[in-house]
Design a protein around this ligand. Structure first.
Ligand code: GLU
Length: 384
């Protein structure tokens, strides 16, 4: 039995709460997986898209701002180019497929949303655009402007230029990042599975988890790897990683099945991951960062001071590695090597290395200029 069939078999009298209604969620991000957009022959599932466009229109009329993270470029392009393995055989194939499929994908979104009187806008981003502080702020500003103008942003990864090292690879985490940048209250990941199960849902006795208050090791162990459809790249592991990012940014996240005609207006079973309370977007951005540019190792005294809310002073740092600039994200590891915090570096790598372990007076001599108050300021740091 496939993952999807198993999920369907388990779909019985589950929780039927309506997901993120406009009254309680003013901004919503909806991620749509490849298998919902593109059929097994590689053609666009247009009538399904017409349904979801009607759902989006109903929500916008009720005052909700909606952005869509749409997969499907690779699946569509691969079909047009006749590429093997759904265009995912090599990175070059995926890039060519994405470039070809994206233009068709945007067209179809513009058409179906246009049919509802809505304007679509395309945003293609790379991992760096959402992880580099300055560019993240730019992307956030663009999203905000589009949403306040009543436009529906259609977002995808810029797969045709993103190389392996700078790729999200799956749109689940991209959707969570977009939610964070847009300050959204909710994220819905629509795919071919109606939520998290305590084990692979194809196994006998698997039970559906309706609500997750906190993502811990037990929840992570429930995730199976791989995409059910084989068309997209995100499996349950990337969905849980997305939930972690979204929840830390103060957004609830739901995993729901898109296998109904109007998935955003029909009540169906799903798993809801509850947002952390009081998470600030800036700190969330730091905690969710996928790539640190460098690493500081600190002594036990400094580790204790950080727990108490202090900034990280150079005197407590025992090592600085990596090539980073001022403002880049650094991992901060305790004496045992475990990463205990993340923050923005006040110094470029060479200067940080020059003042490792030094007190304030000695720092000035080593740097040749007046030192900053800390190596990582507490306002730009998050404890993990
Ligand atoms: N960005 C990819 C595409 O448009 C999809 C990534 C994913 O599978 O989540 O085809």
């Amino acid at each position: 039995m496939t993952f999807a069939l198993a999920a369907a078999a388990h779909r019985a009298n589950g929780g039927t709460m309506s997901l993120f209604p406009p009254a309680t969620c003013s901004r919503l991000i909806v991620k749509i997986g490849s298998a919902l957009l593109v059929d097994a022959e590689g053609a666009v599932r247009r009538s399904w898209l017409v349904g979801i466009a009607a759902d989006i229109a109903a929500r916008t009329r009720a005052g909700q701002q909606v952005a869509v993270v749409s997969s499907g470029a690779i699946a569509l392009g691969a079909r047009r180019l006749g590429l093997a393995k759904g265009g995912r055989g090599t990175l070059e194939d995926a890039q060519a497929a994405a470039a070809t499929g994206q233009i068709a994908l945007s067209q179809v979104w513009a058409d179906v949303l246009g049919g509802e009187g809505l304007t679509a806008a395309q945003i293609l981003v790379t991992l760096d655009d959402l992880e580099h502080r300055r560019r993240y702020l730019n992307a956030a500003a663009t999203l905000d402007r589009l949403l306040t103008l009543g436009v529906v942003p259609i977002i995808n990864e810029n797969d045709s230029v993103a190389t392996e090292e700078i790729r999200f690879g799956d749109n689940d985490r991209l959707a969570a990042r977009v939610a964070q940048a847009a300050g959204a209250g909710g994220v819905i990941l629509l795919s071919d599975i109606d939520g998290l199960y305590d084990r692979n849902p194809a196994l006998p006795g698997a039970s559906h988890i309706p609500r997750v208050e906190r993502i811990d090791g037990k929840i992570e162990a429930m995730a199976d790897t791989g995409s059910a459809s084989g068309m997209g790249s995100g499996g349950m592991v990337s969905k849980i990683a997305a939930a972690r990012i979204a929840n830390a940014a103060g957004a609830h996240l739901a995993i729901a099945s898109g296998h109904t005609d109007r998935p955003l207006s029909t009540e169906a079973r799903h798993t809801l991951f509850i947002a952390e309370k009081g998470a600030s977007a800036r700190k969330a951005w730091l905690a969710g960062g996928l790539t640190a540019k460098g690493r500081l190792t600190i002594d036990a005294g400094a580790a204790k001071a950080l727990q108490g809310g202090a900034s990280l002073l150079a005197a407590g740092v025992t090592g600085a590695t990596g090539s980073f600039a001022r403002g880049d994200i650094l991992d901060i590891a305790g004496p045992d090597g475990r990463v205990v915090a993340r923050g923005l570096s006040e110094y470029p790598a060479a200067d940080a290395a020059a003042i490792v372990g030094l007190g304030r007076d000695a720092q000035e001599a080593a740097l040749g200029y007046a030192p900053r108050s800390a190596m990582v300021h507490r306002d730009h740091m998050v404890l993990l």
